[in-house]
Ligand binder design. Structure first.
Ligand code: AMP
Ligand code: TRP
Length: 348
């Protein structure tokens, strides 16, 4: 991570990290390795970090209210169990900080229809039936840009699937700065790093591990117990060959590559280090090692999530306290934005 973000004309912004996850179902290994684990590392490196359960994004597709409430608390528990400390980082749910939606309206007026129409996540989620998709699903990336820019966040750690949305966020910041002749919003950098920016499906190495896959065997959930984790790895699809001798040999072998990537990310090793150790091994040797490692890393998180979920009131208190701290940063930035736009009453 560079030491500061750069605005349109080179203005410097203090480093600040923001990221969000939708509370829309079970957290899985992809979320952990691609997001939560890295968030905890960023926090521990001492960068001011803001992490948000984006409940308003979740409702762009129908959510059962009781399930949304449960999923929001469980996501918060997942953050904390993965090492996010609510005293060091700011943890909150999006709907408690109205400045996100207020800023999103401004960005609805900055972003262009053509930009939004190019978003592949919208096309994937809306499918053939785009006329029936909610207006919120179409506007989703403008709310996401608001999440980030209402804090002047300079860095956003995400999985690879969010790259296009981050590029749109940069476009919105640039256009706002340009249209109003200011250097107000930073051009935020996506942080897409590590061996696990794309953890793949355990039953099909060409598809992303996802909560929406109908097969539970396709993913490891953060709520799985040790036996389930081990079983899913034992049954993960592989080809009949042993592991190749080096990382190049993984190129055409998506399932093998995925398991090696997962091992590397869980063990905090590079791909080359894993291959130096495990190259040439058969899966009957490598899988039990991976299973042990996964159980060792994931089972304590699942146990801690279970413990935290026994006291939902405490989780709610944590989220409210986080929201108050978030609002203290967002409110003045929104006021300044309104002032730039010419809204009466917004001046300092
Ligand atoms: P989602 O579950 O799609 O809301 O994603 C939450 C976070 O986890 C985002 O930062 C995603 O980029 C990341 N993520 C989701 N699925 C994966 C995956 N299979 N591999 C790596 N990161 C992922
Ligand atoms: N769109 C992200 C996802 O689906 C979630 C998200 C919403 C987000 N707002 C964000 C991620 C701001 C990073 C920053 O994973």
């Amino acid at each position: 991570m560079t030491e500061a973000g750069t605005g349109a004309g080179g203005a410097k912004f203090a480093p600040r990290v923001f990221s969000g996850i939708q509370p829309s179902g079970d957290l899985h290994l992809g979320n952990y390795l691609g997001a939560l684990k890295r968030f905890a590392e960023t926090q521990d490196a001492g960068v001011e970090s803001i992490y948000c359960m984006v409940d308003l994004h979740a409702i762009t597709v129908w959510q059962d209210p009781a399930e949304l409430r449960h999923a929001t608390r469980e996501l918060a528990a997942g953050f904390i169990a993965s090492g996010l400390d609510p005293d060091k980082s700011i943890l909150f749910n999006q709907s408690q900080v109205a400045e996100h939606t207020q800023m999103a309206w401004v960005f609805n007026c900055v972003a262009r229809m053509g930009w939004m129409k190019r978003m592949t996540q919208f096309k994937d989620k809306a499918g053939k039936n785009a006329e029936q998709a909610s207006l919120g699903l179409f506007g989703y990336p403008a709310l996401m840009a608001a999440d980030i820019l209402v804090y002047h966040a300079t860095h956003v750690p995400v999985g690879e699937d969010q790259k296009q949305h981050l590029e749109l966020t940069q476009e919105i910041a640039r256009k706002f700065n340009h249209d109003y002749g200011v250097e107000f919003f930073p051009v935020t950098e996506p942080v897409i790093e590590g061996t696990a920016t794309r953890v793949m499906n355990l039953r099909d190495g060409t598809k992303k591990m996802s909560k929406s896959d109908p097969s539970d065997m396709s993913r490891i959930n953060l709520t799985d117990d040790a036996d389930t984790i081990a079983k899913k790895i034992r049954k993960a699809k592989t080809d009949p060959e042993p592991l190749p001798l080096d990382a190049d040999g993984l190129a055409e072998r998506p399932e093998a590559r995925n398991l090696v990537n997962i091992y590397a990310a869980l063990a905090d090793m590079s791909l080359d280090q894993v291959m130096a150790e495990a190259g040439g091994q058969s899966f009957s040797v490598f899988k039990p090692r991976l299973a042990d490692l996964a159980v060792d890393r994931i089972a304590p998180i699942s146990a801690e999530m279970g413990r935290l979920m026994e006291d939902p009131d405490e989780i709610d208190r944590t989220l409210s306290a986080g929201a108050a701290r978030a609002r203290a940063i967002a409110a003045p930035i929104l006021r300044r934005t309104y002032d730039i736009l010419g809204m009466v009453g917004a001046g300092a």
